[in-house]
Design a protein. Structure first.
Length: 283
């Protein structure tokens, strides 16, 4: 399960995009937000604003049908997995602490999958992963202080206390989206959890997307391709923080995946801690 840290980080890196923009003065006493109409400005500004975010809470759902053996190979499961797994009803929840470069994310599977749980924690330069189908204890692994390039260059060696720079991840994602020729359109204004949002739709070229998958997951993802049919992204008009990310994708190797994530509780205090030694696998 140690390899879960990369998809988790990848997963973590992809969903934290936010937008920044200015205000329009209506009167000397009142400032009224000026609606944005340029989708590139909304998306581009979002990555700038993210760098000042301290913490955020994530809730979501995961659905679709996946090939169990392919998924097991990617996330590093040593036990043999066969057949297909229906993920409908799987819940995603957790906290991300940008200021500490830490997160704690949990997947809670439905009763049809025996109510299993998987968890990934990153804190103080170590990742801790646990899937209770195989063990009730966490596997601990040092993490690198750098992000693999899209060309798959090796990451630098890890050391205790060193960890990923989340702000740098955001900058790299923005740079790669720009260079990939991703097209962004403004669908309109929507409401998410009762708040007004900009609704964007991104068309990421399949080649660029699959290159990023390979860079994030390494040789374990060799031969895995993903065709995204939709990638929708909502940004709160008030403050321009990310509100929701929703995607539907298909893969001839993995199967079909539906992912929806909602981001709330910005800059609220969170506590992310390593599991006690008694809950960590020896070695």
């Amino acid at each position: 399960m140690a390899q879960l840290r990369r998809p988790a980080l990848a997963i973590c890196a992809l969903v934290l995009a936010v937008s920044a923009a200015g205000c329009n003065s209506a009167t000397p006493e009142t400032l009224t937000p000026s609606p944005l109409s340029d989708p590139s400005a909304i998306l581009g500004g979002s990555f700038v604003a993210l760098e000042s975010t301290t913490t955020v809470h994530v809730d979501g759902t995961l659905g679709g049908t996946i090939n169990a053996s392919s998924l097991g190979a990617i996330v590093g499961m040593t036990a043999a997995l066969t057949g297909t797994v229906k993920l409908d009803g799987t819940k995603v929840a957790g906290d991300i602490d940008m200021s500490r470069q830490a997160f704690d994310l949990t997947l809670a599977f439905p009763a049809s999958l025996l109510g299993l749980k998987a968890e990934a924690i990153l804190v103080d330069g170590y990742s801790y992963t646990m899937f209770d189908l195989f063990s009730s204890k966490y596997t601990r692994t040092q993490v690198s202080s750098s992000v693999p390039s899209s060309g798959g260059a090796p990451a630098s060696s890890a050391s205790p206390g060193a960890t990923l720079d989340f702000a740098d991840i955001v900058r790299q994602i923005k740079s790669r989206l720009d260079s990939s020729g991703t097209a962004t359109t403004l669908v309109g204004l929507d409401a998410v959890d009762g708040r007004d949002t900009y609704h964007l739709r991104l068309a990421v070229p399949a080649g660029a997307l699959n290159q990023e998958i390979g860079a994030a997951a390494g040789t374990a993802a060799s031969g895995v391709t993903l065709d995204v049919t939709t990638l929708d992204y909502w940004v709160y008009t008030d403050g321009l923080a990310p509100a929701r990310l929703q995607t539907t994708a298909s893969s001839p190797t993995l199967g079909d995946i539906d992912l929806s994530l909602t981001l709330t509780q910005y800059d609220k205090p969170v506590t992310i801690q390593a599991p006690p030694d008694s809950q960590i696998e020896a070695g």
